[in-house]
Design a protein around this ligand. Sequence first.
Ligand code: SAM
Length: 229
Amino acid sequence: MESMILTPRLACIAALVPQGARLADVGTDHGKLPISLLLEGRIASAIGSDIGEGPLAHAARNAQEHGVSLSLRLAPGLDAVRPEECDTVSIAGMGGQTIAEILQAAPWTADGAHLLLLQPMTMVYELRQWLWAHGYAIERETLCREDRRRYVVLSVRGGAPAKQVPLSQCAFSPALLCTFGAADYLQHLLTREQRALTGMEQARDRDDTRLAAQRALVQEIEQALEGLI
Ligand SMILES: C[S@@+](CC[C@H](N)C(=O)[O-])C[C@H]1O[C@@H](n2cnc3c(N)ncnc32)[C@H](O)[C@@H]1O
């Protein structure tokens, strides 16, 4: 059977899926992540769910061409997935806010029995803040690059005490600081956030509250970086 080559971003997520997992891939689109893991014999079963009929048809074609059994569900988020059907949930290639909304609509994801692999395209700070506020622990953060873009994959589990963390402290988690490439990633964030700070300082309609929050954010990243190098 022909193997399926994953892009670096999807390969990074695939590497985090435990051997023998029962995977639910939300927003599966082409279905490449679960299909590749099924082909390699890495997972016991896979559900691919998507809000769109077109993506699901694409996933169905790919699964058929590769001769694997992928259970497809047409629904938003995890609406068509039962907690007992999976032990690992991947949600990749979507905005951080959409990912948070999907988890919020499926409170069982906070039960601590499910590993959640989350790869936000945007609003990463906000996603961390939401996860911490809702009792999800960020156990691990993995960094990868595809083309010229950088991505972070969060390995998350529910069942932790909820904590309120200001957004200025959500640019990274303690887990990210232990990850290969953390210093390079923080330097990239620092350059971006310093540029944003300069823009805010020079703006004619200065917003002092936002400015103070941005200064605090830059300081958090600087301090973390100093600890790494
Ligand atoms: C950019 S693709 C990402 C595909 C794949 N997960 C990846 O990372 O390469 C986003 C997919 O998520 C689906 N999607 C967007 N919002 C969704 C939601 N709320 N629930 C389920 N699927 C959703 C879209 O239809 C699309 O197929």
